[in-house]
Design a protein. Structure first.
Length: 345
């Protein structure tokens, strides 16, 4: 295959806050790695409002419609007010129903060793459909707040099948369905019901069990090694994936892939970190690991593997780490260390 033939058009969204800093580090690393992406840079979030008056400008949506592939920095969503979460809108727009969030111990000597868990979060249903409204009483316009969640059998089947197929394809032994069917009997009961039905199809190939979300949270702290693949509804997945990142060093270590039939968008689990934006100290690793997932998604496991080797060497051998991992490296120092390892491999 010639170099031009193997190029893959992809949308690149630097994002807000620490987004541009970590994206710059990641794209420089991908360049040295020889990643095949031809970037179409698009602005979103606050940068989108500034440039086009919309956190999701038409040009950004058109670009993803064309490339069906994006690497995305975090986008700031103003709390309250008129804007729906841009991330939720993107997931809905492209039917990105599966959110894959793997965590693995990469820095030895942390609270837990040998963590290797994949969380698969339903990405477009549940309480995040945000069918919400207030009811006014007297002169209080916000006297009552109401929200309805939606889970469909089709949606539950799609994501739970994705989890079982992921387990099969990646040699994993068990899928745990996490729910709150004891209280939200319809909303999350349907998820458990579908999980139990589908487990029969995979019997003998992938084991299945289930947990109530609060007990799961406790067990993830007490004995996380009992988990392999977790599949859960949107809100629980959001919360548990941050918890999981905490097992392996924090949000700086947690990548995510939003996958659907029409597109795939790769990003860090963390947000725009306004508290450290512009200081040059953000950890680019979560976004870099997301780029690794993106390489695997386009069939370049070879490059993903080389990238992972360089990351492990930098963290374990060179001991170059950003402040969130207890080190002193700046974002650019960390990127330079990775680039050195890739170049000398
Ligand atoms: P956050 O994830 O941005 O930050 C939480 C804490 O983790 C902060 O103390 C931050 O400094 C730290 N942190 C996050 N990423 C880090 C990194 N790479 N290196 C070192 N430290 C890091 O969550 P927060 O503050 O709740 O949200 C900020 C904004 O980001 C909000 O507008 C939110 O809506 C948005 N957000 C966007 C997401 C996305 O685009 N996928 C996901 C989550 C939040
Ligand atoms: Mg989250």
């Amino acid at each position: 295959m010639s170099a031009t033939q193997s190029r893959i058009p992809a949308t690149l969204i630097p994002g807000d806050g620490i987004g541009p800093e970590i994206m710059d580090a990641v794209t420089r690393i991908l360049e040295v790695l020889g990643a095949p992406f031809d970037w179409d840079v698009q602005q979103g979030g606050m940068a989108g409002i500034a440039s086009a008056g919309d956190p999701l400008p038409q040009a950004l949506l058109d670009s993803i419609r064309r490339t069906r592939l994006a690497l995305k920095g975090p986008l700031t969503t103003p709390v309250g007010g008129g804007f729906r979460s841009v991330n939720v809108r993107l997931r809905e727009e492209f039917h990105l129903y599966a959110n894959l969030r793997p965590v693995r111990t990469m820095v030895p000597g942390g609270r837990y060793e040998d963590i290797d868990i994949v969380l698969i979060r339903e990405n477009i249903e549940g309480l995040y459909v945000a069918f919400e409204h207030y009811i006014a009483i007297g002169d209080d316009p916000h006297a009552v707040a109401i929200s309805s969640g939606v889970n469909t059998r089709a949606g539950a089947e799609r994501i739970i099948r994705y989890a079982f197929e992921y387990a099969l394809a990646h040699g994993r032994k068990k899928v745990t369905v996490v729910h709150k069917a004891n209280v939200l009997k319809a909303l999350t009961g349907i998820f458990l019901e579908v999980g139990r039905d589908m487990a029969r199809e995979y019997e003998g190939r992938v084991a299945m069990d289930d947990r109530i979300v609060d007990a799961c949270a406790m067990q993830l702290v007490m004995n996380p090694w009992q988990y392999d693949v977790i599949v859960t509804t949107n809100l629980f997945g959001d919360i548990l994936s941050d918890l999981l990142s905490g097992l392996v060093g924090g949000l700086g270590m947690a990548p995510g892939a939003n996958i659907g039939e029409k597109a795939a968008i790769f990003e860090a689990v963390h947000g725009s970190a306004p508290d450290i934006a512009g200081k040059g100290i953000a950890n680019p690793l979560a976004l870099l690991l997301a780029a690794g997932l993106m390489l695997k998604h386009v069939g370049r496991d070879d490059l993903a593997q080389r990238l992972q080797v360089a990351i492990d060497q930098v963290l374990r051998v060179d001991g170059v780490r950003t402040a969130d991992l207890g080190g002193h490296a700046k974002t650019t120092d960390f990127a330079a260390a990775i680039i050195r390892r890739i170049a000398n491999a």
